[in-house]
Design a protein around this ligand. Sequence first.
Ligand code: V0V
Ligand code: CO
Length: 147
Amino acid sequence: MFTRIDHIGIACRNLDEAIRFYRETYGFEVTHEEVNEEQGVREAMLRINGTDDGGASYLQLLEPIRDDSPVAKFLERHGEGVHHIAFGTADVAEAAATVRERGVRVLYETPRNGSMGSLITFLHPKDCGGVLTELVQARTDGAPSAE
Ligand code: V0V
Ligand code: CO
């Protein structure tokens, strides 16, 4: 069902400073930056490695753009740090349905738009041992289609 760690999401207060840390300390470069209004974040993807399924694994640095967003709330309660893990799958709707059948709350009825044209959904952290878990279907055909 899952074929890679798609990314690890890291909450930070200042995206540019976080990018600088990962570049200067480890030599990781930003592959992609975008604002996701719906999720309330400004984010940067740092590609770590390619994977056997033709995808890749990233670090995702997340800075909130609104005080009431999930990442802003997380920073207030926990401070900076690991916010979520994301598994890659070829079919996010199917993977979500399977996991839901196994008793885990899936947060969205239908997948939403994620980074780089991906389709995403989240699993409730309280059903996953305290780990906010995201499922990601990477864009493969050039056409994101959450609508
Ligand atoms: C909250 N909790 C977490 C957590 N966030 N536990 C582990 N990891 C996290 N990141 C815990 C929190 O400590 C509370 O536990 C409980 O869940 C309720 O938290 P809350 O602060 O009252 O927040 P809620 O219930 O309003 O919202 C929590 C959920 C929310 C998970 C429902 O954060 C959410 O909808 N997240 C999914 C969307 C998201 O995170 N978007 C940003 C990334 P106690 O204290 O009661 O025990 S966007 C992204 O990744 C993109 C765009 C991408 O990858 O492409
Ligand atoms: Co994410």
